[in-house]
Design a protein around this ligand. Sequence first.
Ligand SMILES: [Zn+2]
Ligand SMILES: [Zn+2]
Length: 434
Amino acid sequence: MLSATLARVPALPSPSEQEEMIACHACGLVHRLPPMTHRTIATCTACGTPICRRIERSIEKTLALYLGALLLFVVANAFPFMTMSLEGNATATTILDGARALYREGMWPVALVVLLTGTVMPLLKITGMLYVLLPLQLGVRPKGLSAAFRWIDKLHPWSMMEVYLLGVIVAYVKLSDLATIHLGYALYAFVAAIILMAAGDAALEAHAVWRRLAPQAGPEVLHHRPGTELVSCHECDQLVRVPAHAHDLACPRCTAPLHKRKVDSITRTWALVLTAAILYLPANLYPVMTVVSFGHGEPDTILSGIMTLLAVGMWPVALLVFFASITVPVLKLLGLAWLLITVQRGSTWRPRDRTLIYRIIEGVGRWSMVDVFMIAILTALVSLGNIATIVPGPGAIAFCAVVIVTMLASMSFDPRLIWDAIDERSDHGRALRA
Ligand SMILES: [Zn+2]
Ligand SMILES: [Zn+2]
């Protein structure tokens, strides 16, 4: 089975010399991509995962959007985005103040994560994108292009400005009946930066950047030679024919290490899933924060915080926090454990659905950070001594660790293992997978 489907393309253009060979990263099936027109997406015929999209003038558009994002990002971080007034006292908070306040309270691990995911990673992503795209637009190849572009892809899940924004919204709702809240221009700049970055990501055709380094492999890579196998580069999607079972190979295009499958995927994913499951207990048993108001305060766990929100009638936010902080981590861990068991048992049950479940698990995990960001913002904003103070609790460290470890767990799982069992058992022996 060697074919390609194009979404939203009326008819497949006839194969030509520009034909490219590409393997689906979710199931490994090798596809023959015909020349594609502007705004078309090729999806895998076996598992439905998008493989590649074609966008005209992609580098130019993404560059323009990311230049705008950089300006807005600087404004968003330079000025206060929220001011709280209570009893004649006012505190203004910048985005960086969240991490600073957590550090002051002795919560440096959480402070570091908030600093990295809320500010450093987004800034690295923006500057990295400009570093790669600006020279390419000017017709030069920047030094270290492949390393920089590979890192941008790795940074993507850890750059969490949109999750931070959701944390701001939850913090705003929580405080709105306690104090008067004013939103600053920095918050609008922050929202606009998120929108421009999302538009930039949507306009980016990653393969257009990789093609500047070397063309995507053509049908010649399929010619079988004894003692060789097809391997797809995890980073740039180049299809390479290499000696079977060889070690320490590097992608000829982007120099990333070449592996047939993610290294020790099952063992690593199990280790991370079990670690996260253990951390889940202190994350929910210990208080994540304490609200001290006029000398009185009660520690709140994640669940009791949700109950408080429900008690005052803020059920949409209560539902959101419940979903992000309790449902998502539990379903993620159960889902990954189930995928691991089915792979280890060589299950052939509904591989397409299992691949989809994996993709959902991978995409949704970062949103659990919303509670961590909310705690950071509240700690920075509500520090009025005896009148009102919010102090983070040890549960926040454990919860932050749960989110990070579950993200690492889903990253270390290789969905192509789901399909390896299908190949071994089915009669479709001629399906070419990399
Ligand atoms: Zn696929
Ligand atoms: Zn590569």
